[in-house]
Every structure is written in C-alpha cells, then in structure tokens.
Design a protein around this ligand. Sequence first.
Ligand code: ATP
Length: 351
Amino acid sequence: MARITVENLSTVYPNGVRAVDALDLEIADGEFFALLGPSGCGKTTLLRTIAGLEAATEGSVSIGERDVTTVEPGKRKVAMVFQDYALFPHMTVSENIAYPLRVRRQPKARQREVAERTARSLSLAELLDRRPGQLSGGQQQRVALARAVAIDADVLLLDEPLSNLDARLRLEARTFLKRLQQEIGVTTVFVTHDQAEALALADRIAVMESGRIRQLGSPREVFGRPADTFVANFIGSTPMNLIDGAIENGLLAVAGAKLPSPVDLSDDSKVIVGIRPEYLTLATGAAGITGIVSTIENLGVSSLVTLECPDGSLLGLTVREQHEPAIGSTVTAVPEQGRLLLYGKESGMIL
Ligand code: ATP
C-alpha cells in the first residue's frame, strides 16, 4: 500500500490537447478516492498517467516514496480495471484471474490457489471454470476486479468500473466494491462521471474541469459547500437552485424576497444565491421566498416542487408526497439554517 503524490502534473496529447493541466494532488495510503467530472475533463488521462499508460509532459507522479514518472506501467505496482473489463474471452474465469501471476511466471499451483482465494472473496467460486461469455455483466466486472486484486498491487486504479452495468446491478456492485476496498484497504482511485456514485463510495472526491481540480474534499464538503457554481451545478441528484441576488440595505434580496444575508457584504454587491431543493421547507408566516407553485415532479419518496417567484426566477424544493401543495397556490419556501450559500456574481466562487 502507498500514497500517491502528483506534483505540477501536465499531460498534453500530441494534438496539443492539455488534458491534465499543472495539477497537484495527494492521495493518502489506503484512501478510496474519486476523480469526478463531466466528459472530457481529463479524469481518465490523469488515471492513465498515474498508471504510466500516458507519459507526463511535465511534473511528477510518486507512489509511496518512489518517483515513478518515467517508470514503465508494469513496474509501478499498480493494478487497473478498465471500463470494458478487457477479460480474455478464450480463458476461464480462473485463468483470467491468475493471468497476472502467469505473466510473472508464478507456479501453476500458486496461480490456482490465488484464483480460488480471490474468487471466494468476490463470490465467484462457483464460476471458476466458465468463460467470460457465459457471465452476466456484474459477474464479469467482479472477475476484472479479482484479476486486479490478485496481484499485490500498491494501488488500484478503476476507470468507470460500474458504467457497463444496469441501474440495479450497479447499486449492488457499488456496495460490493466499497466492502472489498474496506477489506483489502488498498489505495484506490476511481474515475466516474456519476456524482451519486462518487458521493456514495469515496472518502474524498476531486471534482475536475478542463484538466484541473475545481474542488477537493469529502463527499459531505463537496455536497454541502460546493466551492464554486460549477461544482454546485454538478453535484446533487436534483440541481441546486442558483439565483441572482444582491445586497440591499444590509439584506439579501433574492427572488423578490428579503432575507438575512449569511455573509457580511457591502450594499449593492451582486451575488448568486445557492440553495439545495432538499434544504428548503414549506412554511407559512416564516421569512422565506414566496412563489406560485408551477410544476410538481414525482421523485419517488419525495416530489420536486417548482415555484415561480415574483421576479420570474424559478425555485425548486423537495417535499414529501403528503405535503405537496396545490398547483397554482402561493407558498413560502424557508431555507434551513446555515444552508444558504453565496457565490460571487463575476467569479462564481463561494463567498
Ligand atoms: P470521459 O468521461 O468522456 O472519458 P474524461 O474526463 O475521462 O472523459 P479524458 O478522456 O481524459 O477525459 O480526455 C481529456 C481531453 O483529452 C479531452 O478533450 C479528450 O478529447 C482529449 N483526449 C483524450 N484522449 C486523447 C488522445 N489519445 N489524443 C488526443 N486527445 C485526447
């Protein structure tokens, strides 16, 4: 096991695309770390550069105390699982899992022993003699994981390992992955564009955009206090409300309402007010944002109610089904204490 240190790392492709841009990052020993971001933000390239599959253009990558920037992939003690699993179709599950040991010329008996032990821990023991074509997507994914953990790597790198699974299997595999990582405690970096997956699995998350890290923090920090409007937009199953506001006579004017400002700012400051739909409740007589109920969407346990406010802005809030207001009624949404966030109008950064 080992920590990963990335210093001033840039990876530029021959076509000039700077996929990773002067990035610094330290991942702790044994940590389960997520690289999260929209398509094209550079997360796969960063993972592949840590693995040595892409060459760093500038900067360095260290695993433990060892600078591996110019070390070939096979000598970095990393195991990687790709999105498409890349299992060998003509080999059995057992042979697939033991493949890295075979390449390292370990004795046959040892190969079989490791394959059986790993398969047992991943509930694959019954499937050792099957070929990948005879397995479900979830089983194939577990074989790929088993193959990766069969070698005692210092670091496990996962590139969207759950993306080929359907929604239900994905949840199951997610729990499985979390348990496996806790059991073996190997430093793990996984790439995902699914914010819910990152929030559910990771000890810490780096939210990336254009080859850089926008925010680094625990799931709670990234969800509860997004560092800028980009992260605020990206994280959360229902999008955060981001509404233009201003400071007037010491109060926060937003969506036709006047509220106490959570941050001391001078009059006329222009801001973007951020509040998650989950942190708004309906109340009468309390200080809040008033609007007319325009739509209600069913989210399962809760409903997403959209209010049209006097200044024309739209405000979403979630309520339990039994508390759904009537369409067309006028209601007041009250922010939970401490949940109102302010962002700079120009900078988009949290204030
Ligand atoms: P996705 O979620 O779609 O896989 P990503 O965040 O993993 O995206 P990367 O695959 O790292 O992003 O790509 C980052 C940038 O580098 C993109 O602009 C992409 O077009 C570009 N890129 C990726 N691979 C190459 C390549 N082999 N040659 C040139 N440009 C590339």
